[in-house]
Design a binder for this molecule. Structure first.
Ligand code: GAR
Length: 190
């Protein structure tokens, strides 16, 4: 089975969707480890409840990004990880980690890239008044949300839609598109 690592920094609703897809056999993979860069993240409680092994770290305890990414690489190699899934990992991946997992690391972003990269993509789309936004899944490269696009799905922004409603609509799409896209990559042998 393909061994996945999920990286998350916050709530972990995409982590949940991936766990659920594995449990219901919609995703033929094994979740070997959750990597979390925020010791206060909600996702940690979820992973504890599910029994997902975890590597939780505080970046402030390391001299620089190269140091904690070296540690992450060790952890991932130890777990024989095949594919790295960034799911709300709110940190730019550096060369140390990229070099080991190039073409084996994907990210989900809550906009139709290349529109609205970076932080608060949902707020950016809302403030811009666009009528369509959506979700993008892409390979990770050294840029900010710039890697090769694998999948996209549009979300219509209705008249009078609140920011919260838009966020809900986008997350709903994320929760089916991410497991489905991961499964397609696995089936294609990537
Ligand atoms: C998701 O909406 C994801 O697309 C976004 O963070 C959220 C994490 O939610 N990622 C980015 O903005 C990356 N630039 P979750 O913790 O509930 O899965």
């Amino acid at each position: 089975k393909t061994k996945l690592a999920v990286f998350a920094s916050g709530t972990g609703s995409n982590y949940d969707a991936i766990v659920e897809a594995i449990r219901t056999n919609q995703l033929d993979a094994e979740l070997t480890i959750l990597v979390c860069d925020n010791p206060n993240a909600k996702v940690i409680e979820k992973a504890k409840a599910n029994g997902t092994p975890m590597f939780v770290f505080d970046p402030k305890q390391y001299v620089d990004k190269a140091m904690f990414e070296t540690k992450i690489v060790e952890v991932l190699q130890e777990a024989s990880v095949d594919l790295v899934i960034l799911a709300g990992y709110m940190r730019l991946v550096g060369p140390t980690l990229l070099q080991h997992f190039e073409d084996r690391m994907i990210n989900i972003h809550p906009s139709l890239l290349p529109a609205f990269p970076g932080l608060d993509a949902i707020g950016q789309a809302f403030d811009a008044g666009v009528k369509v936004s959506g979700v993008t899944i892409h390979f990770v490269d050294q840029g900010m949300d710039t890697g090769k696009i694998i999948a996209q799905e549009a979300v219509k922004i209705e008249e009078n839609m609140t920011r919260e409603a838009l966020q809900q609509a986008i997350q709903k799409v994320e929760h089916h598109l991410y497991p489905q896209t991961i499964q397609q990559l696995i089936s294609r042998g990537e």
